[in-house]
Design a binder for this molecule. Structure first.
Ligand code: MEV
Length: 445
């Protein structure tokens, strides 16, 4: 008989247990359960009310997982200065954003514009009817949709948003009997997921009743199966553009070995590689999302939704490509980024999470459109700094400096040891082994 491992257990009713009891069960699976409980509890918030807020965001919570909250100063967007909060665990990202922001501050700053703010919801259904008949009564049906959701849309309409259009898609050539009603929404300053999903579920019920009682439809056509009703996280109609531009001459001095013109050309080639090679494009866009996600998390926005939309958008021409592009024309260098960014500045986590609320205040209580521009700009700032390092001195030098701190912390180095290490490694290669050796030698002497 194979020996059962400690973790091979089925736990019944876990979600109903008290937090302390859940923690005990988890800790018992650890080598040292007393230490495990202490560690988990040491990350609980000392203020019970605040801790409760965090516990209620999610389920089965037993502790909090900290991620550093940094700020990137001197970010000029359309002439307005921002100090941008960034929540990210990866070293060098905030430094890269800040150095990009600082350089462009003296070269015209960042520019940004929102192209559109349309979000999409989908009602997917199976129906064995005559689509021509449905198209004939389409206006009547959409009027019914609006009436049925008036109680949901009333407030949104007061804020200038609401449902902006309906479209019936016949997709029976792809899946037998499959139709879709694609609905567009403007959710103003809210991310709008709950609003959109509530409307869509109501449309499902309305469609069922409508087909059932409308005299145009025969017995078979009165039957419809609602497959699902859900927003789409692909938001190509909720689009923002951010860009920087300067005379090529201004790029002189960005690197010791390259002239401004050489730098611009090398930078452009690096971006073009990400336009033709999906392997490079993925890393290139990852660098963009370093900045975008850090702002999304700091402001309580759904970074998974943002990333999913961004990557789909990057594939819109049939191949996964860079989200940013370079133009060199008439002695000018222009670097720009265009991506879908569905964010909110009211409702949801943006107002519940105390630090997200604080981030909004730090940003001057932006509208959703303004936050789209800020997040995109931080993506561009990170992308600029990453590609700048890659085409000049490489990223490891800067990266390793930050990484050094992580390794030193791993070995629980004292402040004095850290100071000595920073000096020692200023002209040496940082690696886990080299830092470990350095500490051993320092400690034994
Ligand atoms: C690392 O987090 C991001 C980079 O790899 C991005 C890039 O290669 O452009 C530096």
């Amino acid at each position: 008989m194979p020996r059962r491992r400690k973790r091979d257990i089925i736990i019944k009713g876990f979600s109903k247990l008290l937090k302390e009891d859940k923690l005990k069960i988890v800790a018992e699976l650890m080598d040292n359960s007393v230490e495990a409980i202490d560690l988990m509890k040491s990350f609980w918030h000392p203020d019970k009310h605040k801790q409760r807020i965090f516990d209620e965001f999610s389920e089965n919570t037993i502790s909090n997982f900290y991620i550093p909250y940094g700020v990137s100063p001197n970010v000029s967007i359309n002439g307005k200065m921002y100090l941008v909060p960034m929540v990210i665990e990866e070293s060098s990202v905030v430094a890269a954003a800040s150095s990009g922001a600082k350089w462009w501050l003296n070269h015209g700053g960042f520019h940004a514009e929102v192209i559109d703010v349309t979000k999409i919801g989908q009602l997917h259904f199976s129906w064995k009817g005559d689509v021509k008949k449905l198209r004939k009564v389409w206006d009547e049906l959409t009027r019914n949709f609006r009436t049925a959701t008036a109680h949901i849309t009333e407030n949104m309409e007061k804020r200038g948003g609401g449902i902006t259009g309906f479209e019936l898609l016949d997709l029976t050539d792809k899946i037998e009997n499959y139709y879709q009603i694609r609905v567009s929404f403007n959710t103003k300053d809210s991310m709008g997921a709950n609003f959109i999903n509530s409307c869509l579920e109501e449309f499902g019920q309305t469609l069922k009743t409508f087909l059932n009682i409308h005299p145009s439809f025969n017995k078979e056509e009165k039957e419809v199966t609602i497959i699902m009703a859900i927003l789409s996280n692909y938001t190509p109609g909720c689009l923002v553009r951010s860009w920087v531009e300067c005379d090529i001459e201004e790029l002189n001095g960005l690197d010791d070995e390259l002239t401004g013109e050489q730098f611009a050309e090398k930078f452009k080639t690096a971006v073009e590689i990400a336009e033709v090679d999906p392997y490079r494009a993925t890393t290139h866009n990852k660098g963009i999302f370093n900045g975008v996600d850090a702002v999304a998390i700091a402001t309580g926005n759904d970074f998974r939704a943002i990333e999913a939309a961004g990557h789909t958008y990057a594939s819109k021409d049939g191949q996964y490509k860079s989200l940013s592009h370079v133009e060199i024309k008439d002695g000018r260098f222009k670097f720009y980024l265009e991506l879908p960014l569905a964010v909110g500045t009211v409702g949801g986590l943006t107002s519940l999470h105390p630090l997200a609320r604080q981030s909004m205040e730090l940003l001057g209580k932006p509208t959703a459109e303004e936050l789209m521009m800020i997040a995109a700009t931080m993506g561009l700032a990170n992308n600029f700094s990453a590609v700048r390092s890659l085409v000049t001195k490489g990223i490891q030098r800067g990266h390793m400096k930050m990484h050094l701190m992580n390794i030193l912390n791993h070995f629980q180095a004292t402040d004095q040891e850290k100071e000595l290490a920073v000096e020692y490694f200023s002209d040496k290669v940082v690696s886990f082994a080299s830092v470990s050796n350095f500490l051993q030698e320092t400690r034994s002497s």
